[in-house]
Design a protein around this ligand. Structure first.
Ligand code: GRF
Length: 204
């Protein structure tokens, strides 16, 4: 089976992207990262990609009059680099119709809570403020809603007495790093099947 070409969209520090890259290098993931795109010029994720010799591109929203034009620019780059699977790793924007229809069933996101609880920004703060005893992370296919697409994998992480948003985030990000590559591996080995809201994992 040939390598699946990933296109990573990320806005920030890129720790998920870094682990995906390490897993590829270590032979744990049969994929290549074709391009990394960020909407922030100074995002650390672009530095990581450049250091690894991966095309690293900044596409800022403010450079375009409309969201549609912004997404067309992103889509052009993804297509140019022959991206099959779009991996959102801390990309702080909601995608709309154009990109989603172009990459239908081929865009994944990771969110640091057990969806559908606590979607959107500041998930850890929401969890602490609500007093939940369990949180976790969710990997899902992306639709036009905010963190609403079909769920691929989830893992629970306890909220401990005295936790702050930061201490909870530190516990959850470790799980994210393991789980995201697992979900990408399932995609690359063609073991994910979307049936409505359900994502079936085909036995390997
Ligand atoms: C992660 O917590 C992810 O779940 C959320 O954004 C964060 C990105 O972290 N969507 P990083 O940039 O991968 O370190």
């Amino acid at each position: 089976m040939s390598d699946t070409v990933l296109g990573i969209l990320a806005s920030g520090r890129g720790s998920n992207m870094q682990v995906i890259l390490e897993n590829i290098k270590g032979g744990k993931l049969q994929a290549t990262i074709g391009v990394v795109i960020s909407d922030h010029a100074n995002a650390k994720v672009l530095e990581i990609a450049t250091a690894a010799g991966i095309p690293a591109i900044c596409i800022e929203r403010k450079a375009f009059a409309t969201k549609q034009e912004f997404e067309v620019a992103i889509a052009e780059k993804l297509s140019f680099y022959n991206v099959e699977l779009v991996v959102l790793a801390g990309f702080m924007r909601i995608l709309s119709g154009h990109l989603i229809s172009l990459f239908s069933g081929r865009i994944m996101n990771i969110h640091p809570s057990l969806l559908p609880a606590f979607p959107g920004l500041h998930a850890h703060e929401q969890v602490i403020a609500y007093g939940a005893k369990v949180s976790g992370c969710t990997i899902h296919f992306v639709d036009e809603g905010m963190d609403t697409g079909p769920i691929i994998m989830q893992q629970a992480v306890p909220v401990l007495p005295g936790d702050t948003a930061d201490s909870l985030a530190d516990r959850i990000i470790k799980v994210e790093h393991t789980l995201y590559s697992q979900a990408i591996r399932l995609y690359c080995t063609k073991r994910l099947c979307i049936e409505g809201r359900n994502v079936k994992i085909i036995e390997g």
